[in-house]
Write a protein that binds this ligand. Structure first.
Ligand code: DAH
Length: 347
């Protein structure tokens, strides 16, 4: 048995020199010291020899095991040291820029919407929301649209078949119904903006059946149109980085009285000296959207006393805002999903 022990030990030492990695080292350890290993097999034979022999052989066996363990550990350390030396010897250029992971980019509309929200938040407006599938009542009636108003026509409005008995449903044609929801939920002062998607039966270079608006509403005692104008001047100053003039042109929307188109002075004019501005085409003004003083009939529909409170509202297109910011010529590019277009915006 001593001879075999000696032989095993030598075989191991020879094998150890061949071992090239930790995996192989582990295999070797198992082959000798594991449950079915050769040294373990030898120790099992101890039970069959005389007590004196057992004592002597046992001591030899233990010594051999210790020596083998030590040899394995020694080889393991040597392997680790080799690996470290290899790592350290590798010449890396630490000044090389890292490879960029393939991040997505923000859609120009998302950038515009976030910037708008941030600007109005700082001015004290809350963000309010409403559903895309809206009660016709909130989309039209409560906003003082008469039953025969042309905007209700199926040419403009996507109707939604009502399966749950919720009444007349439409895809909201504007963000104005959020005014109704906000006033039903809150008591004045109400100061909200409502950015969101709206839908109309329309499709050409300047109209998409799905587009985006931002609504603003301010209701309190003593609110006037001067507040609207001042707020819009503040807004353009914060948004475009310089104070721009605001122009109100009389117009009609059923839910405001008086109603006005809201224009802002073109922020891009004068950038290219001596040339006609390509954004406003030399007009000097850019149309933002509609606005006006909340109609008493709207207040009555939501239970706000028009003798006590007044308010203004505005609504304009975010898509057009983004097109202005980035000089995008065709609205449809915004929704085509062309990755080359989408990747060209600084996120
Ligand atoms: N909802 C109108 C539209 O989509 C825009 C609008 C006009 C909103 C006047 C308003 C407003 O809040 O006061 O055409």
């Amino acid at each position: 048995m001593l001879v075999r022990l000696q032989a095993e030990q030598e075989r191991l030492l020879a094998a150890l020199a061949e071992v090239a990695d930790e995996d192989a080292l582990y295999q070797l350890q198992v082959a000798y010291l594991g449950k079915k290993g050769s040294i373990t097999a030898l120790s099992k034979e101890l039970g069959r020899v005389s007590p004196d022999e057992r004592k002597r052989l046992g001591a030899e066996l233990n010594r051999a095991k210790a020596a083998i363990t030590e040899a394995l550990e020694g080889r393991r350390e040597a392997l680790l040291a080799e690996a470290r030396a290899r790592d350290l010897a590798r010449v890396e250029d630490l000044t090389m820029p890292p490879r960029r992971p393939p991040f997505g980019t923000l859609h120009p509309l998302t950038i515009a919407r976030r910037a708008l929200i941030q600007t109005f938040r700082r001015m004290g407006f809350d963000v309010a929301e409403g559903p895309h599938v809206e009660h016709a009542n909130y989309n039209f009636d409560a906003l003082n649209f008469q039953p025969d108003h042309p905007a209700r026509d199926m040419q403009d409005t996507f109707g939604v078949r009502d399966r749950r008995g919720a009444g007349d449903l439409v895809l909201r044609t504007h963000t104005s119904p959020v005014q109704i929801r906000a006033m039903l939920q809150r008591t004045p002062p109400v100061r909200i903006i409502a950015p969101g998607t709206v839908f109309r039966c329309d499709d050409d270079a300047t109209h998409s059946p799905m587009f985006h608006q931002i609504e603003g509403l301010y209701v309190d005692r003593g609110v006037t149109m001067a507040d609207l104008k001042a707020t819009m001047i503040q807004f353009t100053a914060a948004f475009f980085g310089r104070a721009l003039d605001i122009r109100l042109r009389p117009s009609y929307f059923p839910f405001v009285e008086p109603g006005a188109e809201l224009d802002m002075q073109c922020p891009f004019c004068g950038r290219a000296r001596g040339q006609t501005c390509s954004v406003c085409k030399g007009a000097g003004w850019i149309e933002l959207g509609g606005s006006g003083m909340v109609h008493p009939a709207v207040f009555e529909a939501v239970g706000v006393d028009p003798e006590v409170y007044t308010g203004w509202a505005f609504g304009f297109g975010i898509d057009r805002m983004a097109m202005l910011m980035y000089q995008i010529p065709d609205l449809r590019q915004m929704f085509d999903g062309d990755i080359r277009f989408l990747q060209s915006f600084p996120g």
